[in-house]
Every structure is written in structure tokens, then in C-alpha cells.
Ligand binder design. Structure first.
Ligand code: PGA
Length: 255
């Protein structure tokens, strides 16, 4: 059985006090989420230490949105996996398309980040996905395959077994344009096939989340697909009610 996961990526949103209010709202509504759905929240770095108390008490996982590709040292402005682990952060989003696109993060850097996170027992939520022009040129499978080959497929099997994947087509992120349930399923099944070729049956235990304009109105259909094990939610995770409604759709979707 794969874990069902709904993770909220707040990106660079909320001041500390706005974040505190949102965390309390989500924690208060968490009892509505059916057992068997793991909720994870990824607030900005500044919020990770202090405002996460109510989330942790409710059993919600805490994630960072990024970590450094170095262990420690003279890297001004960076936050290491060891630092995250030292304040009890359990997960880290790595390879989000906004990091790849705006901050020049390469596959090689992302592999370093994944390895460092794992060394410190922080579980990577590793993002992959094609741009619009790549889909239009029908290169989407090859783009995603390369992203997997250059990072995740380089891991030893014991490390691979720990990670969470997120398929996030870049053209669907923050655009209001969601992949259809069929497009999501087709790509998730492809990702699992690539992983099975490398890691065998272990690929059947890896949770693969969908991300990109996921909202309460489309979540159940997306989550109803056999290879979609949950969601990585951006915009809609900034509203406690919507985020919880999406998490509930995980069960409606899977029947
Ligand atoms: P979105 O973002 O839900 O706002 O499209 C998803 C993501 O980038 O993780």
C-alpha cells in the first residue's frame, strides 16, 4: 500500500503572523481529514521553527521548500539539511520547477541536495515535470525520464525507498490550467515504469503526487487515478478550508 499524501507548498507567501493564523486554521480542521491521509505543510524557512507547534501536535508533517547542496560552510543565505533536521523538519521539497527555472538549479545540484537531505533523515519530495513547449513538442516523457535518470535513478535502492515524488507539469503551476486526470495518470504510470526498470518492485511503494492548479473541484478526479497518490498543492494550500477539502478528496477519489 502506498502512502496517500497531501502536501501544501506555501512558497514565498504569508508574513510570520499570517502564517501562524493559517497553521492554526489547518491544525484545527485536521480532524476532518480521513485517517490514512498524511498531511504535510511547507511554510517559508522563517516560519519553520516557531509556528509549526500546532501543526506538529495535530500530526501534520513539516517540510522545508528547499535546502542547500552543501553540508555547511561559506554559502551566504543558504540553509542546510542538517539545520532543518536539527529543528525537527521531516521533509524537504527539492527540485521544484521554480528553483530549476529561476535559480538555475541543475540535476547535479539537485542530486546533491537529495543525498544531503537523506543523510540527515529529511525525506525529499522530489519534483519533476515538463514545460509547455516540451509538451507541445511531445517531448514530455523524455524530459521527465531525463530528470529521473540524472537524480533519483542515481540513488542506492535503500535511499530510493524513502523518497516521495511529485509530478508537476510546469504549464499547470499557478496557471489555473490543470492536467486532465488522463494526462496525470499517463505520466504517473510512465514515471512508475521508469522507476520499476531501475528499482524493481520498490517502485510500487513510492508515492507519486500530482501538482499544478489542484483545487477542491478537481482533486477527487485526479486522486482517483490509480497511480496518483496525492497532491502537492500551491495556491489552494493558502486557504485552510480549501487545503482540507483537497485532503478529504483523497478518500473520495480513491473510493
Ligand atoms: P499551484 O502550485 O497549486 O499553485 O499550481 C503547485 C506547486 O507549485 O507546487
Amino acid at each position: 500500500m502506498r502512502k496517500k499524501i497531501v502536501a501544501g507548498n506555501w512558497k514565498m507567501n504569508t508574513t510570520y503572523f499570517e502564517g501562524e493564523a493559517l497553521a492554526k486554521d489547518i491544525a484545527g480542521k485536521h480532524k476532518e481529514v480521513p485517517a490514512g491521509v498524511q498531511l504535510i505543510v511547507a511554510p517559508p524557512f522563517t516560519h519553520l521553527c516557531c509556528l509549526t507547534g500546532p501543526l506538529r501536535e495535530a500530526g501534520i508533517g513539516i517540510a522545508a521548500q528547499n535546502c542547500a547542496n552543501h553540508e555547511s560552510g561559506a554559502y551566504t543565505g543558504e540553509v542546510s539539511a542538517a539545520m532543518l533536521a536539527s529543528i525537527g523538519v521531516q521533509y524537504c521539497i527539492i527540485g521544484h520547477s521554480e528553483r530549476r527555472e529561476y535559480y538555475g538549479e541543475t540535476d547535479a545540484m539537485l542530486l546533491e541536495k537529495v543525498k544531503l537531505a537523506l543523510q540527515h533523515n529529511v525525506i525529499p519530495i522530489f519534483c519533476i515535470g515538463e514545460r509547455l513547449n516540451e509538451r507541445e513538442a511531445e517531448q514530455h516523457f523524455e524530459v521527465v525520464n531525463q530528470q529521473l535518470q540524472k537524480a533519483i535513478c542515481q540513488l542506492p535502492a535503500t535511499d530510493f525507498a524513502k523518497i516521495i515524488l511529485a509530478y508537476e507539469p510546469v504549464w499547470a503551476i499557478g496557471t489555473g490550467k490543470t492536467a486532465t486526470a488522463e494526462q496525470a495518470q499517463e505520466m504517473h504510470a510512465y514515471i512508475r515504469k521508469v522507476l520499476r526498470e531501475k528499482f524493481g518492485a520498490a517502485a510500487d511503494s513510492t508515492s507519486i503526487l500530482y501538482g499544478g492548479s489542484c483545487k477542491p473541484s478537481n482533486a477527487a478526479e485526479l486522486f482517483g487515478q490509480p497511480d496518483v497518490d496525492g497532491g502537492l498543492i500551491g495556491g489552494a494550500s493558502l486557504n485552510g478550508g480549501d487545503f482540507i477539502a483537497i485532503a478529504k478528496a483523497m478518500i473520495t477519489g480513491k473510493g
